[in-house]
Design a protein around this ligand. Structure first.
Ligand code: NAD
Ligand code: DAU
Length: 335
């Protein structure tokens, strides 16, 4: 591909995908479109060669902006989203505007311009919670929080555009992703940066909820493979095959940071908290994909990155994030 559009390119996974494309394909030009909401950050692209990408600040739900960004692109990887479950539990209007209307706008413009590959980045959360076993791609969608519902709705627009307009839509459903540049509202960077300041790690409920962890570069390599080699109209799970209870994750972090167990603070549970996510990725593996980063390496690299890049996260945590944190963890701050 000579030119590709990455929406949400200044967010956590989108910016990693921009860097990944530039590293892997020396002749590809990347267009990054991002509204720069609270979680979008130009600092995330500081390591990307400015000659090789164009940044457009704009809303993926705005047709003219999307048409301009998409013009001349062979394909698009669509990451732009409201991405945090806890925020969606407080109010979901922005989630509907971006994760549903935004997808519709992107699809309409892609059809109008004849874009050859349209990949929608979705999530394992659309299946809902599972006690044992793992969901395959044909399992019913049973989202259980507003964020997951908005992602499922976006996916359904993708499927409908494929069926009705023959749009070349591909969908990926990735599991919990971690690595450098992740906004510190998400559990891993929140726990790491809190612990670095000697602050508690607020562990929801009994800490027994299970997530399947995937290193960010492995998520990027899977999305790239599906974008180039996947079959339009198909959906691909991207698993880490690395299930951990949240309490185990917290303890691993404490070990890496050489911080005391007393930093773990059990707090009231997330409402409707999904107990376990698990997906079957045989379909993706049949395309030849394998994750490269072992959990121990990925965690060590991630912790090291936050230790060495205080400039990045302190700016965030001393800004508007403070208000969010006080609201979200008021019960913790009250003791
Ligand atoms: P993030 O919050 O770090 O990044 C989202 C980016 O989208 C931000 O840069 C933000 O400014 C941008 N954005 C938001 N609304 C926009 C709009 N209307 N127009 C243009 N840009 C807008 O999120 P992330 O963790 O990098 O997630 C990226 C994608 O991957 C999302 O679609 C998410 O649903 C999906 N996903 C995330 C994970 C995970 O564990 N983080 C796992 C599976 C799938
Ligand atoms: O599964 C993929 C999804 O993973 C993505 O689609 C989402 O965009 C991404 O945010 C993530 O959702 P989760 O809700 O799983 O991630 P979060 O980091 O918010 O929480 C991970 C687990 O940790 C979850 O069981 C809730 C728990 N948790 C979270 C926070 C923020 C805590 O115990 N304490 C916390 O303070």
């Amino acid at each position: 591909m000579k030119r590709i559009l990455v929406t949400g390119g200044a967010g956590f996974i989108g910016s990693a995908f921009v860097r990944w494309q530039l590293r892997r394909y020396p002749t590809t030009h990347v267009v990054a479109l991002d509204k720069l909401t609270y979680s979008g950050n130009r600092d995330n692209l500081k390591d990307a060669d400015p000659q090789r990408y164009t940044f457009i600040r704009g809303d993926v739900a705005d047709p003219e902006t999307v048409a301009r960004a998409l013009d001349g692109c062979d394909g698009v990887a669509h990451f732009a989203a409201e991405s945090h479950v806890d925020r969606s539990l407080v109010g979901a209007a922005d989630f509907i505007a971006t994760n549903v209307s935004g997808v519709n706008t992107l699809l309409e413009q892609a059809v109008a311009l004849g874009t050859k590959r349209v990949l929608l980045v979705s999530t394992d959360e659309v299946y809902g919670s599972i006690e044992t076993g793992a969901f395959s791609e044909d399992a019913p969608l049973k989202p259980r929080n507003p964020y997951a519902a908005s992602k499922a709705a976006g996916e359904l627009f993708g499927a409908a555009f494929h069926a009705s307009h023959n749009a070349p839509v591909l969908i990926t459903r990735g599991s919990n992703t971690y690595g450098p540049f992740q906004y510190p509202e998400k559990v891993l960077p929140l726990f790491i940066t809190n612990a670095l300041d000697g602050l508690p790690m607020p562990l929801y409920g009994d800490g027994g909820n299970v997530r399947d962890w995937l290193f960010v570069d492995d998520h990027c390599s899977a999305i790239d493979l599906v974008l180039r080699k996947g079959t339009p109209g198909e959906t691909y799970n991207i698993a880490g095959r690395n299930e951990k209870q949240n309490i185990e994750v917290a303890r691993t972090l404490l070990q890496l940071l050489q911080a005391p167990e007393s930093l773990i603070r059990h707090v009231r549970d997330r409402i409707g908290h999904d107990r376990r996510y698990a997906i079957n990725d045989e379909k993706l593996r049949a395309l030849g994909w394998r994750p490269k980063t072992r959990w121990e390496e990925g965690m060590a690299e991630t912790v090291r990155w936050y230790q060495e890049n205080e400039w990045w996260w302190r700016k965030i945590k001393s800004g508007a994030f403070k208000e969010y944190y006080a609201r979200q963890y008021d019960h913790l701050l009250d003791g």
